[in-house]
Every structure is written in C-alpha cells, then in structure tokens.
Design a protein around this ligand. Structure first.
Ligand code: ATP
Ligand code: MG
Length: 440
C-alpha cells in the first residue's frame, strides 16, 4: 500500500466525475471554506458513488477548519455530537455535513480515547488531510475530491479498488475492526450495495470478530440495521450477514428462528419481504421499520403465542405476551424505538382479527389505520406458505367488493367470532370458559 505522503493527484481526464452531478450547495460551501484559507473536499460515499456513476445519497465535506471556525463562517451552522463533533450547515430542513480532518490517536492523546478492547470512544483529535485519510474505513471511501479544481486525491489505491470491485479495509483489519466493530456491518453493506468483493485479508477477520458487535450500543445497531436492510439491497445484505456469521449478533431471535424452522416458510417470508422492500425503494416508495421488525420476529412470536395458547391462555393475551417478550429480547441487541415497535405489535395483533368475517367487524377492520400494513403482512404469510391463503384471498376480494357483495360474502363466511361476542354481551359479568376459548 502507498504511504500516507504519496498522494496521487488524479486529473479529470482520468477520474471523469461529471461536474453537473455535484451538489451546487456543497460546491459553494467548499468554495467558501477554501476562500477563507482552509482546505475542503468532498469525501466518502459521494465521491465513491460519483465515480461509479451512481447518484450519491448525501454530499459529505471534510475540511481543515475546526468546528468553531466552520460555525463562524456559516450563519446556519449547528454543531452536533460529542464523541464525534460535526458541523451541519442548514438549508431549511436540509443540511450538509462538514467534518474536520481527524488524526489517529491512542489512549494517551488529548481528546481521543480508545477503551480497553481497542474501541474508539471519543474521536475529536483534529489532524491533517493526510491523517484523515487513514482513519476512514475502506479504500473506496477514502477518496477526496475538490470540485473547484476538479482534482481527485487518492492516497490509498481507492480508485484501483473501485475499478476492481474490491472492499479493502485501510490498515490492519483486526485493529480497525476492533476500533469500531460497526465497520464489519459497513463492509457487508457496501459489498451488497455495490456488488463488490471483500478482499481476503479484510474478509479473514470478519467471522471471528463478529462477537465484537456485542459491545456496540443498541441505538447505533438499530441505525445500522435500518441502513443494512432499508437501503435498496436488503435481501442481498441479509444473506451476506448470514454468510459472514453476523446475523446472530444483530438479530439473534431471527437467527434462531431460521435454524428452527423446518418448513422454510420463515426464510421465504423474509426473502419476499426484503425483495419487496428493495422494489419499493427503487420506485421511490416509503418503507416501514415497524413492518420490517414484524417480519423478522414473526416466527418467534407466533411459536411462543401458540405455546401459550396450548397452555390455556386466550389468543389475544398470548399474542400480546409473545409480542412483548420478543420485542424486549430484541431491544437488548438493537434498540427499537417505540414509534416503530408499536406498529410491529399492532400488525401482529391484527392477524387473528382477519378470521372474523361478520359484516360489522370486517367493515370496522377496514377503517383501522393499521389495516393496510396488517393485510400486507397477511398476504406475505400466505405467499410464504403459511396456511392463511384463503383469508388473504377473502380480504383481497372484500376490499374491492360493493356493500351488497360484502353482505353476501359475510353471509357465506364463518361468523363464530360474532356469535360468541353476542352471547357474552347478553350475560355481562359472567365470564364463561367458552368466552376464553380462542376462536378458530
Ligand atoms: P452512504 O452512501 O451509505 O452514505 P458513506 O460511505 O457515505 O455511504 P457514511 O456513513 O455517510 O457512509 O460516512 C461517510 C464517510 O465517513 C465514509 O465514506 C467513510 O470515509 C467515513 N466513515 C463513516 N463511518 C466510518 C467508520 N465507522 N469508520 C471509519 N470511517 C467511517
Ligand atoms: Mg454518506
């Protein structure tokens, strides 16, 4: 590998970055920083994606200016983060991220900190461009582009790796994964997104180091899981997580369920759901983390709920209990913000209501704000091979039926649920055993 001082200045005739694809605001910020006497470049994913002819998700800027200096230059600037201080320059609700060059550091450095297993816990030691290059993760993410001079800086052979489709961690892979185990997941994410290969020295470390993910905060792992599975290459990414033995540290219940499921239905369900998510994202449609978790934890929840019912617990109570347990167990690994887990829970709890087909209840269910997600979930279960095909078909027809047709559909369907309720209502206060028996 080249030493840090061997910057390769790549001219536009070689790099071919299309100037019109560079964000105008980012260019303005860089121009202003440079005019004020600082170095400033586009860096990371945007340079990588521009070189590959992809549309960058965001345009990150790296500069020699310190956060306070950036703030003095830009009125709309806010500084964020403690572990890693950054400047955000706002344009209405949008912002550009500007990071000061970082230097490598160890325990003894001022401002930087590594814990006793070698993990970086504070990363605020500022440095030069040449130093900043080496603290980036992969060679393909360590390219710097100056949109004013149209020059690309490649200190680490990143351009070659881009051309050859290689994901190569900078420096000693073991040390770099130890410093920040999330890099394991980032390697998988870029391999899946770009269709690149992880080069052998980097790859050799990955399986044995997966256990380090146990030391990463659950909030950070939640962010990563969403980036992994909701960025357009979810199914591919999921398979790679399994292949490199990382799934068990992120989604242990999902991992165990896959081992446990002899029918193959659960894996099919995940595949169908993630492929569908990838498709939706490609079409610019929205996706729901709550739905993702509903799928990933479904096998566990349905097995536990069935077990509880076998022991005599009423259906809804069993599902509620199983849902709470599964979400609680998952939260120990990756946080699941309540606004998402509430949706997950509602999707699960609505599944049993699809069996009730009396007109009043069916119409009511249609107005439930979570009907659509729960119905999609039901269809997914059916498609994966669970014995709910009839229900899914019935509800598909019911939605587009006229009021008269709906009445006929409900007359022809089982109404056990409604009969039981009526009986119960006539004798308030008396809870019979029958009222607790799950409807079938
Ligand atoms: P994406 O297209 O998903 O945004 P990205 O490479 O831009 O990909 P970001 O998370 O936006 O990913 O990070 C921007 C850059 O910051 C990376 O390209 C990399 O240079 C650096 N970086 C991010 N996370 C790490 C990390 N954990 N360790 C080292 N460098 C990192
Ligand atoms: Mg980025």
């Amino acid at each position: 590998m080249l030493s840090p001082v061997d910057a390769t200045h790549v001219p536009p005739t070689v790099h071919h970055i299309p100037a019109d694809k560079v964000c105008g605001r980012a260019k303005d910020v860089i121009r202003r920083l440079q005019k004020a006497g600082y170095e400033a470049y586009l860096v990371g994913g945007c340079v990588r994606d521009l070189l590959l002819g992809l549309v960058p998700k965001d345009f990150d800027i790296a500069t020699s200016a310190h956060p306070e200096e950036i703030r003095r230059l830009f009125n709309s600037c806010r500084l964020i983060g403690r572990r890693f201080r950054l400047a955000h320059i706002y344009y209405g609700r949008d912002y550009l991220e500007v990071a000061t060059f970082r230097a490598p550091h160890d325990d003894s450095d001022d401002g930087g900190k590594v814990n006793d297993v070698g993990r970086i816990i504070n990363d605020n030691v500022y440095g030069t461009l040449e130093e900043d290059v080496w603290r980036r993760d992969f060679t393909i993410n360590a390219l710097f582009y100056d949109p004013i001079s149209d020059e690309l800086l490649d200190f680490v052979g990143g351009l070659d790796d881009l051309r050859n489709g290689k994901i190569r961690l900078l420096g000693d892979p073991e040390q770099r994964f130890r410093e920040d185990p999330v890099r394991l997941l980032r390697a998988i994410r870029f391999a899946a997104k770009l269709g690149f290969e992880i080069e052998p020295a980097t790859l050799a470390c990955m399986r044995p180091m997966g256990i380090l993910l146990e030391g990463v905060s659950s909030a950070r792992l939640f962010d990563e899981i969403i980036k992994l599975l909701h960025s357009g290459h979810g199914w591919n990414t999921f398979q790679l997580l399994g292949e490199y033995d990382l799934l068990q540290y992120l989604l242990p219940l999902t991992y165990e369920s896959l081992e446990d499921d002899d029918t193959g239905n659960f894996e099919r369900m995940i595949a169908l759901s993630l492929r569908n998510t990838d498709q939706r994202l490609a079409e610019g449609k929205s996706v729901m983390p709550g739905f993702l978790y509903a799928v990933l934890l479904w096998h566990e929840v349905s097995v536990v709920a069935e077990e509880l019912q076998r022991k005599g617990m009423p259906e809804l109570q069993a599902m509620t209990q199983a849902a709470t347990d599964a979400l609680q167990d998952q939260v120990d690994f990756t946080a699941v913000p309540r606004r998402f887990s509430n949706i997950t829970r509602e999707i699960w709890l609505l599944q049993s209501r699809f069996r009730y087909r009396d007109l009043r209840r069916a119409n009511l269910l249609l107005t439930n704000p979570r009907f659509r997600a729960a119905y999609d979930f039901l269809c997914l279960r059916a498609e994966a091979g669970e014995p709910v095909k009839d229900e899914a078909e019935w509800w598909t027809a019911f939605q587009t039926a006229t009021p008269e047709e709906r009445e006929v559909m409900c007359k022809g369907a089982a109404v056990k649920g409604s009969l039981r309720r009526r009986k119960k209502r006539r004798k308030p206060g008396i809870v019979t055993k029958a009222a607790h028996t799950p409807a079938s």
